[in-house]
Design a protein around this ligand. Structure first.
Ligand code: ZN
Ligand code: ZN
Length: 180
């Protein structure tokens, strides 16, 4: 209970200290495995994100993993766009600054929840129950995450009116066994 009475800033700095103390070691084998596999994980610092109306704001204090573009029809509808660009973030690394009560989820498939601001409709975080992690759209970040999408997935479902113009690897579906 005492922790709840501490100022918000104190909690953030305490959290950051813990992260820096532990991330230099092999804190999490799952994270390490993916970081090694994709070479794209990094320790984010003071990366903020917010929705269009500003009611929801959050900070990410941990690695941003597996940045990619998803062309599946569900992501296209969620974003109203040609594809969804996102990173994977551990739930303990995402801190709500304010507006968590405005976050609503739509369950688009069993165990998969797509979060949005119930005031302005911006996509916020998606949550996969089996992973216990968030997918965060790069488009709602207010700071440069210093990671860039490394490949495209579900290009088999790509919008017919959009042509991929970069040289990133393209995967027809998921490039790994389904996890959600
Ligand atoms: Zn909003
Ligand atoms: Zn998708």
């Amino acid at each position: 209970m005492a922790a709840k009475l501490r100022p918000f800033g104190t909690q953030i700095f305490a959290s950051l200290s813990i992260r820096y103390a532990t991330l230099s070691k092999s804190e999490n084998s799952e994270t390490e495995k993916h970081d090694t596999q994709f070479k794209k994980g990094r320790l984010a610092m003071a990366i903020f994100g917010s929705c269009l109306c500003g009611e929801i704001k959050f900070q990410i204090t941990g690695p941003m993993m597996e940045p990619f573009h998803c062309h599946c029809s569900r992501c296209r509808k969620q974003h109203g766009a040609a594809f969804r660009s996102r990173v994977r973030v551990k739930t303990i690394d995402l801190h709500w600054v304010h507006g968590e009560d405005k976050l609503k989820y739509y369950k688009s498939s069993p165990g998969f929840h797509r979060g949005f601001c119930n005031n302005c409709g911006s996509p916020i975080v998606n949550f996969a129950e089996r992973l216990g992690e968030f997918g965060v759209p790069l488009g709602i970040l207010d700071d440069d995450p210093e990671v860039k999408p490394q490949f495209h997935i579900f290009v088999g479902n790509k919008a017919p009116w959009f042509e991929i113009a970069d040289d990133l690897p393209q995967h027809e579906e998921l490039p790994w066994p389904r996890r959600e």
